[in-house]
Design a protein around this ligand. Structure first.
Ligand SMILES: Cc1cc2nc3c(=O)[nH]c(=O)nc-3n(C[C@H](O)[C@H](O)[C@H](O)COP(=O)(O)OP(=O)(O)OC[C@H]3O[C@@H](n4cnc5c(N)ncnc54)[C@H](O)[C@@H]3O)c2cc1C
Length: 487
């Protein structure tokens, strides 16, 4: 394989495979490669192996725009999502372009040559590749371990302590008392899933999260597919789900009290009579200040009803050999502890970036349309929505990149770069109250107070901006390099 390509994609997860599909379909003769640090594709959906791992968005919006999701389940299991990504890669021959075990360490742009040079760790070697365009699909968190707070006296605990990001294949929890620490999407997935073998599973949370029951299968989506065929049925359901999610999100922002009481009203009948809903399921924040957790067919509530799972809202004071001491003074017995305490965010796969020998400090850059960075030429990245499915944004970023490359080809441009506007007020790139975001968001680029620097959290607006918006908008600067580039 050549060491120079037109488009170099980093990361072979959901976004990287999707990006390659868009680029390859639009420009069949253009060269591209995907560099992947791990030995396998799929990213998140290959890494996470805990019991019950699944999406918490519907697959009609987490799936690619170009590839209908044809399975009956709308909330899909991790392995089914992994197959979907890998099948997409295999059918389009994308897998032949993936170079596994290639971790990109740094990327430097040369204006004179109008190209990126990336340094890549491959085994014990460092190899170099060059590219006209750099397209980062590196996700948003560290792959080498999740976030675990310092728990006092953890070493005293006699049983296994497991983070969901590093799930041991041979973990035997049959007949055991399991305590899952956390209240996010991973905790609410694990708790009902582990009741299959565990004696009892307790979710220990410091404070509650909004949890909403939703059917695992979308009957209307399945009917639409039967009636309209896979492609059209998928598109209609996709837009239906986008509209519904947007409506709920907007109502949550504008009428939080109404959504709060709606969630409470729908939750109460799913719990045992007299259950203390307000202690365990009434968050201190408004809906969508943090991501809302979906539970398919109310599985978490069912496990609580059947006495197989319970929720304790309290804090860890320390560990004993046989469990957890809580701040309330209560002892929580445990044979196995799972710390579903989150991820460690990482911007752009930890890749060091420089332009013409000048190191780029990410917090000094501003994200243009949530997909390029001020001052970085021929550079695109994918970070999905926090209030909707990741892939909705990933597809739009890829579509925009195709339009951008076409525009450059038509006009003979070799370089495009968003030029920062000093009058724009800075905003955080990830505007989300969740702890894992707040811990690290200062290491990320900034967003701005107005377009095209504003963080787009509306798919419909982004469709207008990215699919149909003007490419030469006065903020992107295009130039031609006169030096003859030797490929
Ligand atoms: C448990 C879990 C469940 C989730 N569920 C949902 C959901 O239901 N809906 C939703 O919208 N989102 C969900 N997300 C967010 C999820 O990460 C995205 O939906 C999506 O999978 C991200 O895909 P990606 O390809 O952009 O990133 P990733 O899946 O993280 O893949 C990034 C790839 O880039 C590679 N990489 C990183 N750095 C480098 C480097 N320097 N060099 C080379 N390769 C590199 C990684 O090895 C990895 O393979 C979930 C996340 C987690 C952790």
């Amino acid at each position: 394989m050549s060491d120079h390509v037109d488009v170099l994609i980093v990361g072979a997860g959901l976004s990287g495979v999707g990006a390659a599909h868009h680029i390859h379909s639009a420009f069949p003769s253009r060269t591209y490669a995907i560099l992947e640090a791990r030995e396998s594709s799929g990213g998140t959906w290959d890494l996470f192996r805990y019991p019950g791992v699944r999406s918490d968005s519907d697959m009609q919006t987490l799936g690619y725009r170009f590839r209908p999701w044809t399975q009956a389940k709308a909330i899909a299991d991790g392995p089914a999502i992994l197959d979907y990504i890998r099948d997409t890669a295999a059918e389009a021959g994308i897998d032949r372009h993936i170079r596994y075990g290639h971790r990109v360490i740094s990327a430097s742009w040369s204006t004179e040559d109008a190209r990126w040079t990336v340094e890549v760790r491959h085994g014990d070697d460092t190899v170099r590749m060059t590219a006209r365009f750099l397209y980062l699909c590196t996700g948003y968190y560290h792959y080498d371990g999740g976030y675990q707070p310092e728990f006092p006296e953890l070493a005293k605990f006699g049983g296994p302590v497991i983070h969901p990001q590093e799930w041991p294949e041979d973990l035997d929890y049959a007949g055991k008392k399991v305590v899952v620490i956390g209240s996010g999407a991973t905790a609410v997935t694990l708790v009902p899933a582990m009741t299959d073998k565990a004696e009892h599973v307790t979710m220990l949370q410091r404070s509650p999260t909004y949890i909403v029951a939703r059917p695992g299968e979308d009957k209307l989506a399945n009917q639409l597919r039967r009636l309209l065929g896979d492609r059209l049925g998928y598109m209609v359901t996709r837009w239906k789900n986008v509209a519904l999610a947007t409506l709920i999100y907007q109502l949550s922002r504008r009428r939080p009290g109404m959504i709060r009481s709606f969630i409470r009203k729908t939750t109460v009948p799913l719990l045992p009579p007299g259950y203390d809903v307000d202690t365990h399921f009434k968050p201190r924040y408004d809906p969508w200040d943090q991501r809302l957790c979906l539970v398919p067919d109310g599985d978490l509530f069912r496990a609580i009803r059947h006495g197989k799972a319970s929720v304790v809202t309290d804090e860890v004071a320390g560990f004993t050999s046989s469990g957890i001491r809580l701040k309330s003074g209560q002892d929580l017995p445990a044979d196995v502890v799972v710390t579903a305490t989150g991820l460690r965010l990482l911007a752009f796969g930890g890749i060091g970036l420089s332009v013409d020998g000048r190191e780029i400090k990410l917090p000094e850059t501003m994200a243009y349309k949530g997909m390029m960075l001020s001052g970085l030429p021929n550079f695109v990245f994918t970070i999905g929505y926090t209030n909707a499915s990741w892939t909705l944004k990933a597809d739009l970023v890829a579509e925009y990149t195709v339009r951008l490359l076409r525009h450059m080809d038509r006009n003979g441009y070799t370089q495009c770069v968003p030029v920062a506007d000093p009058d724009v007020t800075e905003r955080p790139l990830l505007d989300f109250a969740a702890g894992y975001v707040q811990r690290t968001v200062h290491e990320f680029p900034r967003a701005g107070s107005r377009q095209p620097w504003q963080l787009g959290m509306s798919y419909a607006n982004d469709v207008v901006l990215l699919r149909h918006g003007k490419i030469d908008d006065g903020t992107l600067r295009f130039t031609k390099t006169h030096k003859r580039v030797v490929a």
